[in-house]
Design a binder for this molecule. Structure first.
Ligand code: HEC
Ligand code: HEC
Length: 324
């Protein structure tokens, strides 16, 4: 019975397939993009309605580097998110690193869900893109038709194209990754730093967990002595979330100063001084935050380890660079 049913379904699908291809003989063929999932990363879930294509990624990259998306055309995404700074900048800009595996975005978690949802927010709310500008643009009109088959571009397709590009921004080739593959050795300082990172003394790994070096969650680390930033509580309205912010990735961290949501630490040394003090002045500060008793040597070692997370291939990959 099951085989007959399978046979019928298969035949039916074939008929549908054949009749479709007869109906739309001119539909442009898109090139599938072979995504290389780093072996030590979770398997990436790609939404069924936005599969990777080479053309889609290229379109997303054009949009990322084009000021056309901004309502007054004054800036492109890439004017604040610089590739050589891990798609961050010298302000409190969150980097674009391995966002494909994230489901909570922005320091206060204002957008939670898929990459498409955060891109829709960027397009509609942050840039307030004037869609008629894209619809009146010959090349974009043609490209959106090719990639998504639409005659009228809406923010949904813009978000989808951007998402395809953002998902390709994978950083997994740092010295530390090579060490894990047995292709590099850590220095003594890096090794001591790694041990501290994973020890109960340093306790960094609970929140900055491998391989993303973020737990995709929100914590109050007690760095804001003014209690002026509500963080996640601003979104949830729950006072237990006061002062909680997204755990940022530590990949390429040496390039993304200043640190913390308020930029209150200018250097990695300053970050560690705050952690080391472990001030817990507010009830929502995470229990892991406490005086750590790190020596000057310990701090230098932790910094050496964090610097082993720099991935120069990511920072210079021509596939991510401006197409203009
Ligand atoms: C004027 C500078 C600026 C521009 C232009 C800009 N961003 Fe950002 N971006 C930021 C800042 C600052 C943050 C952190 C803001 C926050 O969390 O409140 C951020 C955060 C993000 C995040 C969240 C990352 C995370 O880890 O949660 C994404 C995604 C993002 N931007 C994408 C974009 C895209 C796509 C564009 C273009 C459509 C863009 N940005 C344009 C400054 C900018
Ligand atoms: C309780 C969870 C938690 C622990 C434990 C923790 N972090 Fe963090 N870390 C965070 C969060 C959340 C932020 C962002 C805080 C903010 O901006 O308010 C952060 C920020 C940082 C930053 C700045 C990142 C940036 O882009 O601005 C660095 C560097 C850092 N942590 C390193 C460490 C190290 C090293 C340790 C161990 C000594 C550690 N963290 C322990 C959660 C944690």
């Amino acid at each position: 019975m099951k085989t007959i049913k399978n046979y019928l379904t298969a035949t039916l699908s074939l008929i549908i397939l054949l009749s479709c291809s007869e109906d739309e003989p001119k539909k442009t063929k898109l090139t599938p993009y072979e995504f290389k999932n780093p072996t030590n990363f979770p398997v990436l879930q790609i939404p069924a309605d936005n599969p990777f294509t080479v053309e889609g990624i290229e379109l997303g990259k054009m949009l990322y580097y084009d000021k056309i998306l901004d309502k007054d055309s004054s800036r492109a995404c890439a004017n604040c998110h610089f590739q050589n700074l891990s798609f961050s900048s010298d302000a409190t800009v969150l980097p674009h690193v391995n966002l494909a595996w994230n489901d909570a975005f922005l320091w206060n978690g204002k957008v939670q869900g898929t990459v498409e949802e955060i891109m829709l927010f960027e397009v509609d709310e942050f840039f307030q893109t004037k869609l008629e500008r894209l619809n009146n643009h010959e090349t974009y009109k043609k490209d959106f038709k090719t990639v998504f088959g639409v005659d009228q571009i809406t923010s949904n397709e813009v978000a989808k194209a951007l998402s395809q590009f953002i998902r390709t921004l994978v950083s997994s080739n740092s010295k530390y990754d090579k060490f894990l593959e047995g292709k590099a050795t850590l220095t003594e300082a890096e090794t001591r730093g790694r041990d501290l990172f994973y020890s109960e003394k340093g306790d960094c790994f609970h929140c900055h967990s491998e391989p993303l070096f973020s737990d995709n969650d929100f914590h109050n680390t007690g760095i804001d002595f003014t209690f002026s930033h509500e963080g996640l509580a601003e979104i949830t309205g729950n006072s237990n979330d006061f002062g909680k912010f997204k755990t940022p990735t530590l990949r390429n961290i040496e390039l993304t100063a200043p640190y913390f949501h308020d930029g209150s630490a200018a250097t990695l040394e300053a970050v560690l001084d705050k952690y080391n003090a472990g001030l817990s002045l507010y009830p929502t500060v995470d229990p892991l935050i406490r005086p750590l008793g790190l020596s000057t040597q310990d701090k230098q070692d932790l910094i050496a380890f964090m610097k082993s997370l720099t991935d120069s291939t990511f920072l210079t990959n021509p596939a991510f660079a401006s197409p203009f």
